[in-house]
Write a protein that binds this ligand. Structure first.
Ligand code: C2E
Ligand code: MG
Ligand code: MG
Ligand code: MG
Length: 280
């Protein structure tokens, strides 16, 4: 059996394709049946401001430790949740949990939550966010919503309206994985963007690749000219930290400071700041 890949060419049948499809179908069923409270957890990763050397925010990242089929990463299950529409409920669960945790963490840190385009297209994200803020009592200014360029790509009036309404509530909007998509400069002007998160692929090679340093510098300068704050993702080494700081970038996130951790451990991190923070 050969399958067309849609471009008029044919691939040889590979048994792995069935395995992958099979696993996807299983995960989809598991996801549909999942009791979120029992199976899912949030991990939090600190975001460090390079001026104050303090943790100013934590990013909430979804984990599925209760999955019956072993270890499964967000890069695998989030797309399934998106294509099935389950991300609307799951995303609301993340928002509520993240805002609740932010209320109980020390230091009045902000919390950043990733949003999928489906949450805009299939759900009422403005209602969800305002309900969660009212329910948890988190001030809107302490919530940062991370969106990706793919949301802005189709340039729909509805998306712009929703983002403007969210912004009017007082929540901050961050453009995640910046530099990997079209990175159109018009996005930064036409949408209410408060922060850009420079994709970790640029940081990964920043020490050995002058082009990458130039790109990061250019993004930082452009963002600052538009009064947008910059965050470098995926800082793993001191060398990367030093170069990123030299570009004038405002904040960093990455394993050099801390991997994403359960709320209890992040609480400890915030109560007794890690030695490495002094290097920031
Ligand atoms: P993201 O929003 O860009 O999150 C950053 C990812 O980079 C996280 O992967 C984090 O663990 C990883 N990371 C952070 N620092 C480092 C580092 O120094 N080195 C390396 N190699 N990686 C680092 P994670 O948690 O596996 O999440 C992957 C993606 O899944 C996220 O990328 C986000 O797009 C999506 N995601 C996670 N949680 C949610 C959620 O609640 N809702 C939605 N819609 N998407 C989510
Ligand atoms: Mg993110
Ligand atoms: Mg990112
Ligand atoms: Mg990413």
């Amino acid at each position: 059996r050969a399958k067309s890949d849609g471009r008029g060419t044919y691939q040889f049948y590979k048994p792995e394709m069935d395995d992958r499809l099979q696993r996807r179908r299983m995960l989809e069923l598991d996801l549909r049946a999942a009791d979120f409270d029992k199976e899912f957890e949030l991990a939090f990763q600190p975001i460090i401001n390079l001026q104050s050397k303090a943790v100013t925010a934590v990013e909430a990242l979804l984990r599925w430790p209760g999955c019956q089929r072993g270890h499964v990463t967000p890069d695998e299950f989030i797309p399934i949740a998106e294509s099935t529409g389950l991300i609307v409920q799951l995303g609301a669960w993340v928002l509520e949990g993240a805002c609740r945790q932010a209320m109980s963490l020390p230091g009045k840190v902000n919390v950043a939550v990733n949003l999928s385009p489906s949450q805009f297209r299939r759900g009422n994200i403005v209602d969800t966010v305002s309900t969660v803020l009212a329910m948890t009592g988190l001030p809107a200014e302490r919530l940062e919503l991370e969106i990706t360029e793919s949301l802005l790509l189709d340039d729909s009036k509805e998306t712009l309206l929703a983002l403007n309404r969210l912004h009017a509530l007082g929540v901050l909007i961050s453009l995640d994985d910046f530099g990997t998509g079209y990175s159109s400069l018009s996005y930064l002007r036409n949408f209410p963007v408060d922060k850009v998160k420079i994709d970790r692929s640029f940081i990964a090679e920043i020490a050995g690749n002058r082009d990458h340093m130039a790109i990061v510098s250019a993004i930082v300068n452009l963002a600052h000219a538009l009064e947008i704050t910059t965050i470098a993702e995926g800082v793993e080494t001191e060398e990367q930290l030093l170069i990123v700081r030299a570009t004038g970038c405002d904040a960093v996130q990455g394993h050099f400071f801390s991997a994403p951790k359960p709320a209890a451990q992040i609480r400890k991190y915030l109560e007794k700041p890690h030695d490495r923070l002094t290097l920031a």
